[in-house]
Design a binder for this molecule. Structure first.
Ligand code: MN
Length: 426
């Protein structure tokens, strides 16, 4: 690939000079999990309309595949997967299934052209969760892949907890699944225990061991905060298919954040992602609304504070040249820079706000206004902070699934002798 001119952001072009060798895949396959793993975020569910709408918005960013749910979960889930599968989106629609006939039958019934069928791979899962031997695991995997393939589905074979499994067994299991007809395989760091260096080593080793010409992919969790970094590492190691979610939502600490991986590729490595960056921010906001999972203020790329400045030194720098304190181009994301006026404000930000409104002030006036803003901020009672945090915690307690009160009321309704004084804590 021809070397592009250094971007405004990478002033020193550090990514080219002396950077390590990277083995990029020829084409990235973006696999979105917002509607499956993302819906498994504690407390989250989408209405039918939301699921169909989000599928369209996600497809419009340019992703290649979307795992839109597990049709076997409920008649409603099947209906949603079916509606999405029949809505003519550009992204391929995939339904997920355990390696269980009834789950696979539900995907067949959903009209989704693709299936991801999954079973656990690590001994801790096989022994304690499934209570099956490694041999049985391989038999079930082969049978399920064949069955799905025989029904005309493109099959992705997935194992949970792949990275904590015995590598010899993983090799055997994946080779068997590929021989049974899997066209794509996913390796999972289900509990997010890998780091960029360990996942890089593990993937190189595993791809060499499996040694089959299929599309490899990764599904990496964020328990230690490395999901996006590990996913980027997977791409650097030639893995084409990456699972991501909008806002990084998903089980527990979530999955690799779509927007973080896209922006790192585009801006830090200057690799075309094939994703329409201008849609990322609006999509993030819509997912926030539909999930009820607020985007953290300090979340990279899409967080409310990601392009917000207060301190005088920073606002002054950004006004003179955005690249001083903004390593991404805010307008490319379809969002705007914001200045907060508070304790750390400087005169430059005040002057800019006045100028934008077509107003002028003397130097003395600017200093006086700035000082007044500082004083007013410091004199704020912290009441609004307390109210906000209290509301947030009440939401966490009562709006994720059913509240403790509702839980015990349901139990009582079904004949459980619930004592009158039962703690309402979770
Ligand atoms: Mn997952």
């Amino acid at each position: 690939m021809p070397q592009k001119a250094p971007s405004d952001v990478l002033v020193e072009n550090f990514h080219v000079k002396g950077s390590p060798k990277r083995n990029w895949p020829k084409k990235i396959v973006w696999w979105d999990e917002t509607l499956r793993d993302g819906e498994q975020t504690p407390g989250v569910y989408y209405t039918h309309e939301e699921k169909v709408e989000l599928a369209r918005l996600i497809s419009e960013t340019g992703v290649d595949v979307m795992n839109v749910g597990i049709p076997a979960i409920s008649p409603n889930e099947l209906k949603a997967v079916k509606a999405i599968a029949n809505s003519g989106l550009d992204a391929a629609v995939l339904g997920a299934a355990r390696t269980v006939r009834s789950d696979i039958d539900a995907v067949i019934a959903s009209d989704a052209p693709e299936i991801a069928t999954f079973i656990a791979a690590s001994d801790v899962h096989l022994k304690h969760k499934l209570n099956i031997t490694r041999e049985t695991c391989i038999e079930i995997a082969v049978d399920s892949v064949q069955y799905a393939k025989d029904h005309g589905l493109k099959v992705t074979f997935v194992t949970e907890d792949t990275v904590r499994a015995d590598m010899g067994f993983v090799t055997e299991l994946y080779q068997a699944a590929i021989e049974a007809g899997a066209k794509r395989v996913l390796f999972c760091d289900t509990v997010g225990v890998m780091t960029p260096s360990t996942i890089g080593w593990w993937l190189d080793e595993m791809v060499a061991r499996v040694d089959r010409k299929v599309e490899y992919g990764v599904h990496l969790h964020n328990d230690f905060g490395f999901a996006a970094a590990n996913t980027l590492t997977a791409l650097e190691h030639g893995i084409p298919c990456v699972n991501t979610t909008v806002n990084g939502i998903g089980e527990r600490a979530g999955n690799a954040s779509f927007e973080e991986v896209v922006m790192a590729l585009e801006d830090l490595y200057q690799r075309p992602s094939g994703i329409d960056k201008s849609k990322l921010y609006a999509l993030s906001r819509r997912v926030e609304e539909c999930t009820g999972v607020p985007v953290a203020f300090n979340k990279a790329v899409v967080g409310y504070n990601a392009f917000t400045h207060e301190s005088g030194i920073h606002t002054d720098g950004v006004i003179k040249k955005a690249a001083t304190y903004e390593p991404m181009k805010v307008e490319e994301l379809g969002r705007r820079r914001r200045f907060v006026f508070g304790k750390h404000t400087g005169t430059r930000a005040v002057e800019t706000r006045l100028t934008e409104a077509g107003l002028r002030a003397t130097k003395e006036q600017l200093v006086a206004i700035t000082n007044d803003i500082k004083v007013q901020t410091e004199n704020h009672t912290k009441e609004y902070v307390r109210d906000f945090i209290a509301a947030y915690r009440t939401w966490d307690r009562d709006n994720k699934g059913v509240s403790p009160e509702v839980f015990w009321a349901i139990a009582k309704k079904h004949g459980i002798a619930v004592p009158s004084k039962i703690p309402m804590t979770v």
